[in-house]
Write a protein that binds this ligand. Structure first.
Ligand code: SAM
Length: 171
């Protein structure tokens, strides 16, 4: 698995993957989880970090070529990941089930909509993690303003590359 991650890091910019330190952090968080939902798969780099924790991963991507690459990469790593092709917001609105962790890394202008649609899918005590909060500050601001003042969540923005927010659903 590590040689596959090393290879994927050669094309990290092309596929907009999270940096390695963020991947490692996601893997640590995921170790306490049974089920994880990822919004924005790309070629599966962050998904490999999430799923290799042992949690069950479901991941959403609308770009078929990227999702095909992700499926290949999950297979190479012997990871059984459920992939859903489609527009993230539409998929979130139609999904049911309960997740311990939701990782958001798709269209930055839609983070607030993703959050509002994903809230019903996150269990109490679950964590919502969003990437690029600082690198795309203006686009992410509507989401940040809502979650920072939401009575059911406690949110912190971590100084990982790009700025990673991590919110716990407390109520
Ligand atoms: C930053 S990349 C994800 C990188 C991935 N999380 C990783 O670190 O390996 C964002 C992905 O979200 C996808 N995306 C953007 N808007 C989307 C939408 N509305 N619905 C589904 N996927 C979307 C893009 O095609 C892109 O592959």
């Amino acid at each position: 698995m590590h040689s596959i991650l090393n290879n994927l890091e050669l094309t990290q910019k092309e596929f907009w993957n999270v940096p390695r330190v963020t991947g490692m952090f996601l893997n640590l968080l995921a170790r306490g989880c049974g089920s994880i939902l990822e919004v924005g798969t790309s070629n599966g780099y962050s998904g490999i970090w999430l799923a290799s924790s042992g949690a069950r991963l479901t991941t959403i991507e609308f770009w078929d070529k990227r999702l095909d690459l992700a499926k290949e990469n999950f297979k190479k790593c012997n990871l059984d990941v459920k992939t859903i092709q489609g527009d993230a917001l539409e998929v979130l609105q139609g999904l049911d089930g309960t997740y311990d962790m939701i990782f958001v890394d798709a269209n930055k202008t839609q983070y607030l909509d993703y959050f509002l649609a994903a809230d019903k899918l996150l269990r109490k005590g679950g964590i919502l993690v969003c990437d690029n909060i600082l690198s795309h500050e203006e686009k992410c601001r509507p989401f940040v303003e809502v979650i920072n003042s939401h009575p059911n969540y406690r949110n912190v923005i971590l100084p990982l590359p790009g700025g990673l927010s991590m919110a716990v659903k407390i109520l």
